[in-house]
Every structure is written in structure tokens, then in C-alpha cells.
Design a protein around this ligand. Structure first.
Ligand code: PGA
Length: 224
């Protein structure tokens, strides 16, 4: 099964998000691909029913490293449990702007898995091994990896598909062959098919091009 993840980042009001979902679901029909919408926390409750009825999954873009408790502003795994099936963890923007460490991210993965949420762990090659080492090997088979080379993110300059495939192969050698590895970084309808023709890539994480429902529907079409 292939995965296509739309990562809206800090974009879209509640109304804009609902409008996107109505437009996208009028264009999207396939059951052959897992489409996951990573929206802001504020969107999730409002999008849940329509997303489910149309066969789309929701993801949170982040999760608390702590359980329920006195952690003002944080959203715990248990709070997310009836809203989403997936959660992005360790996106490079979280590492950069919010100074998240490998250990913070490992704690988030613990929280997600304890609540049966599927973590999509974002990594780049310079720190992937250190990040994996901070996570209990017992958890490795339950991860989904998004390999996102920093230079490719929102730069208009995606990595070449063969190089991305080689990194995916190396990641699977470490974590296990059954761990899906997605690629993220400047994907568009024009380059998605080439990326997904690579044997070790199981999907795509899309940022900028996911903001327009028509463009994202084109990406889905080219992924089938
Ligand atoms: P991009 O973003 O598709 O805009 O490069 C990918 C990401 O940051 O997840």
C-alpha cells in the first residue's frame, strides 16, 4: 500500500480547511492508496467525519512528549486518539524552530505508540542514525519513516529519485524491511511518478503542493 501525506503546516483557517476537503474529496476516488491529511490541531475535529466518510485518514502534525497532565498547551496522545490515526513526529521544522532533540522525539514516539497512533518519523541522513538510536528497537517495526532531505524541502529542487531510493534502502536495512519509507521535499505532479517507481519508496510527504486541492489531487493521480 502506498502513502500520500499532505502536510499543511501552519496554513489554513478552519473554513479554508473545510473548503479544501470538500474540493479534494470531489476529485479523489481511489481506494488503492492511503491518503493522509496532516492538518493543524484546530482543524482535526471539524474535518474528521467528512475525511472518514471519504476514505481519507487524518494526522496530527505534532504530539506531546508527555502523557495527560499539567503540561499547558500540549496535546497528548490520548487526546488525539479519537481524532487521528497518524501523527508526524520530528519534522525538520520542529527540530529547527522548536529545538526538538532526538530524545524529545523518541518520547513522542513512545506516547504515540502507547495510544496506538502510527508515528510518521521525519529524518534526514546527517542525523537519522542518531535519531534511530534514541528510539527503542522494539518500536522500530511500528514506525513509518519520511526521509526528507533538508535541501529539498520547499526549495523547488527535489532529490533525484535514485539517490532517495538508496537512502530508503539503507534505512530499511537498519530498521527492517517492512518499515515503509516515504520521500518528502519539493514533490509535484511532474516528479511524483518517478519517485514512486523506485522500489524502496512507499510514498510521498507533500508540503507546498498539498495546499491546493487540485494540485494535490493531481499528485494522487500520478501516484497510482
Ligand atoms: P515541500 O515540504 O513539499 O514543500 O518541500 C515537504 C515537507 O516539509 O514535509
Amino acid at each position: 500500500m502506498r502513502y500520500l501525506v499532505a502536510n499543511w503546516k501552519s496554513h489554513k483557517t478552519l473554513t479554508e480547511g473545510q473548503h479544501w476537503l470538500e474540493q479534494f474529496t470531489s476529485l479523489f476516488t481511489s481506494q488503492e492508496i492511503t491518503v493522509i491529511l496532516a492538518a493543524s490541531y484546530i482543524q482535526l475535529a471539524a474535518l474528521k467525519d467528512l475525511a472518514r466518510s471519504k476514505g481519507l485518514s487524518l494526522a496530527a502534525q505534532d504530539i506531546s512528549p508527555f502523557p495527560d497532565g499539567a503540561y499547558t498547551g500540549a496535546v497528548s496522545a490520548r487526546q488525539l486518539q479519537d481524532l487521528v490515526n497518524y501523527v508526524l513526529v520530528g519534522h525538520s521544522e520542529r527540530r529547527h524552530w522548536f529545538h526538538e532533540t532526538h530524545q524529545d522525539i523518541a518520547n513522542k514516539i513512545d506516547q504515540a505508540l502507547n495510544s496506538n497512533l502510527n508515528p510518521i518519523l521525519c529524518v534526514d541522513t546527517p542525523y537519522a542514525s542518531a535519531q534511530f538510536a534514541a528510539i527503542s528497537p522494539h518500536h522500530w517495526p511500528r514506525l513509518i519513516i519520511a526521509y526528507e532531505p533538508l535541501a529539498a524541502i520547499s526549495s523547488g529542487d527535489p532529490q533525484n529519485p535514485q539517490a532517495a531510493n538508496q537512502v530508503a534502502a539503507d534505512i530499511k536495512k537498519t530498521l527492517g524491511d517492512s518499515v515503509p519509507v516515504l520521500y518528502g521535499g519539493s514533490t509535484t505532479p511532474a516528479n511524483v511518478a518517478d519517485l514512486l517507481s523506485q522500489p524502496y519508496l512507499a510514498g510521498i510527504l507533500v508540503g507546498q503542493a498539498s495546499l491546493d486541492p487540485h494540485l494535490f489531487a493531481q499528485i494522487v493521480k500520478h501516484s497510482l
